[in-house]
Design a protein around this ligand. Structure first.
Ligand SMILES: [Zn+2]
Length: 117
């Protein structure tokens, strides 16, 4: 029997992709492979962010956030979704974020990742 889920793993982190969902969206195997690669990259970036110090590595954390956003836009495209910043699912789920409000626009100015101080 074919596996119904793809599991992308990096260290203890995982992302699960449903084969049926991919099929429903008309995603080819080749494209799915690219998506899985990008997800792995994401997990690596998040791992690096986690190890960073939110007090001294703000510049690094914000650079990594930009990378994540670019990566997510690529993933959206591969999934045949319209590119849209407001549909990014992951951008909040990053280490060291202290934003109070889980929406795209409501960021805390002092957040080491999303803020600007
Ligand atoms: Zn934040």
């Amino acid at each position: 029997m074919k596996k119904s889920l793809y599991v992308v793993k990096y260290k203890e982190r995982t992302i699960i992709i449903s084969r049926d969902f991919a099929k429903a969206r008309g995603i080819s195997k080749k494209r799915l492979k690219k998506i899985r690669k990008l997800h792995k990259k994401r997990l690596k970036i998040i791992d690096r962010m986690e190890k960073a110090d939110p007090k001294t590595d703000k510049v690094f954390l914000r650079e990594m956030l930009q990378k994540l956003i670019k990566l997510d836009l690529k993933v959206q495209k591969l999934w045949n979704f319209e590119k849209s910043l407001s549909h990014l699912q992951w951008w909040r789920q990053v280490p060291h974020c202290n934003c109070p409000n889980p929406t795209f626009y409501g960021v805390s100015p002092s957040c080491p990742v999303h803020g600007f101080f």
